[in-house]
Design a protein around this ligand. Sequence first.
Ligand code: AMP
Ligand code: MG
Length: 269
Amino acid sequence: MNHASSKLMVRPGKKVDLARIDPGDTHGMHKQACAEHLAKNIERLSLLQYLLYAEGRRSLLVVLQGIDAGGKDGTIKHVMSGLNPQGVRVTPFKVPEGAEKRHDYLWRVHNAVPEWGQIGIFNRSHYEDVLVVRVHRLVPKEVWSQRYRQINDFEQMLSESGVRIVKFLLYISKEEQAKRFRLRLREKTKNWKFSPADLKEREYWDSYIDAYNDMLRQCSTPHAPWYVIPANHKWFRNLAVSKILVETLQDMKLEYPKPAADLSKIRFE
Ligand code: AMP
Ligand code: MG
């Protein structure tokens, strides 16, 4: 998996063609071996989160994007299950409303950036402003096309300030989406997840792929890399995301802060 996780990263500036990536890929891994690896990664994440909190000087921002039924909610539920709720905050980004509509598009995003010591998870993100907004022409091209640069600048500022950023595109096939929609229709407990609007979005599949390709090419940077996660197989998706999160946190070289006093001299009854 070590080898695999670096292969999933989009090299900065590299042209991306999702058509050449197999959403059913498992990089030679087998489902049987995966549960144990995932459990181990979840345990590691828990320890690293503790260290991040103890250090208290930096934060981790995890961006999740993906088409409807792509597995954003499932990834959060499974991969983040070992985290201490006190140190993690999930922010879902929906159609802007109220004050969000009366500000620039990054306003609500900046407001949700995790404070030092915390892990912030974005369920959708500012990337909607170059995805759904572009696909449905909610603003003119002159406006959305500037946003790639604006987003890179914004993320660079965050990174220079102490926010470590890692971005995942959960990539499923159109057939897999159909399978998941059918399940939502069939299973009573999943009915609530079905939205007729999702079927409408499905008609724009190819436009979304174009928008994803541009987003990946323009916004995978050394300080905020994109990873494309083949996500047809949920077990592989969870394993890959957990592994990359562990590696990212390890790479931060987190350290406990120095004790406030010489602890060896402290005496009390
Ligand atoms: P869900 O994630 O299924 O709860 O759906 C949230 C919906 O909000 C999706 O259809 C997104 O495309 C949409 N959305 C999120 N951000 C924006 C945005 N900035 N502009 C327009 N629609 C958005
Ligand atoms: Mg939805």
